[in-house]
Design a protein. Structure first.
Ligand code: SF4
Ligand code: SF4
Length: 240
């Protein structure tokens, strides 16, 4: 009997194409004297020179820093396990070569470990993140197989997934949506725009007050994050 290969990817250990850029690797190579090429070319202000680090909460994974570096100090690995429960874990340097993450509290795991319904709010992004979130429902990624699904109404949701830098126009709708969720609820930031403002950092058209006053439970970096980065992050967080 003919049997096709499985279509659905393994969310724990998938092999990505070489062109994919995951967790950056920062070698111990010495920088040329006073070289700031990588920091200067970064469109997201993600590179810090002293001590050397890349903030993957800001990074848009364009690869320019690696291209301009004459010392090959920066390379991008195929490691798509980018998510973390803490923003400070998103700083990658010579010592921190992967992203640490702790599981949710016992209470959250008890409530949402087997079934997690999410309401997505597009708060002024480019639709790149939304396209990848849509892909979570297709036959390639099929996030529903884990009991994690998007809902149409915040009243039916356990958590909110925010994409985009939160524009002024979306600040109030975001608050209203969040208030409509029953307790307990979790907040997930998806993409560099949501985590840091991304390439819109410092724009007078954004209002990130909501993110400053509410607890953020999970950060999922990328521009946009790969669907498997999202699935992997969520499942690790809820202890699966
Ligand atoms: S890959 Fe990230 S750190 Fe490097 S230049 Fe692009 S945005 Fe900046
Ligand atoms: S993180 Fe990147 S893909 Fe997502 S909304 Fe922002 S610019 Fe678009």
């Amino acid at each position: 009997m003919l049997q096709a290969d499985p279509i659905v990817h393994d969310y724990r250990d998938a092999k990505f194409p070489d062109r994919y850029r995951g967790v950056p690797y920062i070698s111990g190579a010495e920088c040329s004297h006073n070289c700031v090429l990588c920091a200067d070319i970064c469109p997201a202000g993600a590179v810090t020179k002293k001590p050397f680090s890349i903030d993957i909460g800001k990074c848009v994974f364009c690869g320019l820093c690696a291209q301009v570096c004459p010392e090959n100090k920066i390379t991008f690995t195929g490691n798509y396990h980018l998510a973390s429960d803490k923003k400070e874990n998103l700083i990658i340097n010579e010592e921190a070569k992967s992203v640490n993450m702790q599981m949710a509290s016992e209470k959250i795991r008890k409530y949402f470990g087997k079934s997690l319904k999410l309401r997505q709010v597009s708060a002024g992004g480019c639709n790149g993140c939304e396209l990848e979130l849509n892909a979570l429902n297709n036959v390639n990624f099929d996030m529903g197989r884990f009991g994690v699904e998007f809902t149409a109404s915040p009243r039916h949701a356990d958590g909110i997934v925010i994409t985009g830098p939160v524009t002024k126009n979306m600040a109030e709708p975001l608050e209203i949506c969040y208030e409509a969720l029953p307790h307990p609820k979790i907040v997930i930031l998806c993409g560099s725009c949501a985590i840091s403002g991304g390439i819109f950092q410092g724009s007078p058209e954004i209002n990130r007050g909501f993110l400053e006053k509410n607890k953020i439970d999970l950060y999922i970096p990328g521009c946009p994050p790969h669907p498997l980065t999202f699935i992997n992050g969520i499942l690790r967080y809820i202890g699966r």
